[in-house]
Design a binder for this molecule. Structure first.
Ligand SMILES: [Zn+2]
Length: 362
């Protein structure tokens, strides 16, 4: 008997600038929402095909999801967990625990490692780091408003950089909280838009395309970037959803941006001999090293910390550094992240198996 007694379940009865910012985020969300609705489901993994996993899911659904449904706690229902998805999660944990216990490898399920969720959040570390990344852009936007005069020609471009950053990390947070086809597509589209905006911005700053004499070139450059993004979306949604292509496109665009900033840093450092001139180059070097974490694909340490979440962790400090470069991100914000990490390391881990509602922990 592997179903938990029914008594273990809870009862089923149980400002103007910020306005414009919201409008921009809402428009971006709406546009990507519309295209993400065209998405198709993700591919299966080896774990999904394991007989013990299939048997577990079938037995769990028959025992909990048919005529007399076992109620889920409110916080899980709020995060859109339902009986079949709860069975799927519980069986992933159960099968993984028994495989680890018998010295077998940990397998992926539905294209992802079997993470231990926290309060219904599927990938707690990726969510935490996404929120911190988003906060860096939010704090950065505030520092831009405080430090830069509105007449500064790059101000609107930097401001939009912050908005794209917040938009990107908002959807990263949503996706890592609950992985649906829709949230995955939104995460990918928002990340793609963010990376492409980085490429759009680099020559504007480096070659001073914001000057009135370059107005025509700037318009053409803007149209090229918008067209590239439209083609990117069309390919992913209209031709083929291809993870490798998506990753390659982002890496290529990001690499061109990195080369531009490295060129800028070398040129300015050689001329000025001032350390700050090397900052953009050092920031992109950090990002390149952090990106290599994405190439590592190991099972999550303690069921929670994987290479992808470490990649998200690794982008927090370069983000703060960037805003310190273009404006002055105040130090207390930096210190608050150190405190976050210190707290995280002393927090007790959840009790073994207490995250599982339908299947007894092994
Ligand atoms: Zn992510």
């Amino acid at each position: 008997m592997w179903l938990l007694p029914r008594t273990h379940f809870p009862s089923s009865s149980s400002s103007s600038s910020s306005g414009s910012l919201c409008r921009v985020l809402a428009i971006l969300s709406f546009l990507l929402f519309a295209v993400a609705l065209l998405a198709t489901p993700a591919a299966a993994s080896r774990g999904d095909r394991l007989p013990e996993f299939k048997d577990c899911v079938q037995g769990c659904k028959e025992g909990n999801c048919l005529s007399e449904k076992t109620p889920l706690p409110l916080h899980l229902r709020l995060l859109l967990w339902n009986c079949p998805s709860e069975c799927d999660y519980a069986c992933q944990r159960s099968v993984t625990a028994s495989r680890v216990g018998s010295g077998q490898s940990i397998e992926q399920f539905h294209g992802k490692w079997p993470f231990k969720r926290l309060w219904g959040v599927q990938e707690p570390f990726s969510v935490l780091f996404s929120i911190l990344n988003g906060h860096v852009h939010y704090a950065g936007l505030k520092s831009l408003k405080r430090e830069l005069p509105r007449s500064y020609p790059l101000y609107p471009y930097y401001r939009l950089f912050s908005i794209f950053g917040m938009f990107c990390w908002l959807w990263s947070t949503v996706f890592h909280t609950r992985d649906f086809v829709f949230t995955e597509r939104m995460d990918y589209f928002a990340a793609g838009a963010n990376v492409l905006y980085g490429l759009y911005l680099a020559p504007i700053r480096i070659f001073r395309l914001y000057r009135p004499t370059y107005a025509r070139i700037l318009r053409i450059w803007g149209m090229v970037c918008i067209a590239a993004y439209a083609v990117h979306l069309f390919f992913l949604l209209g031709v083929r959803w291809d993870y490798t292509y998506n990753m390659t496109a982002n890496v290529v665009v990001g690499s061109i941006t990195n080369i531009l900033w490295t060129y800028w840093s070398i040129r300015h450092y050689t001329r000025l001999k001032s350390f700050w001139a090397a900052w953009p180059g050092l920031i992109v070097m950090w990002l390149i090293m952090a990106m290599s974490l994405e190439l590592l694909d190991f099972p999550p340490v303690a069921g929670a910390l994987d290479a992808h979440s470490l990649w998200h962790a690794a982008t927090i400090l370069p983000g703060m550094w960037w805003y310190r470069y273009v404006a002055t991100l105040p130090l207390p914000t930096a210190l608050s992240y150190v405190l976050h990490f210190a707290l995280l390391s002393i927090l007790p881990s959840p009790c073994p198996g207490c995250h599982v509602h339908y299947v007894r922990p092994c």
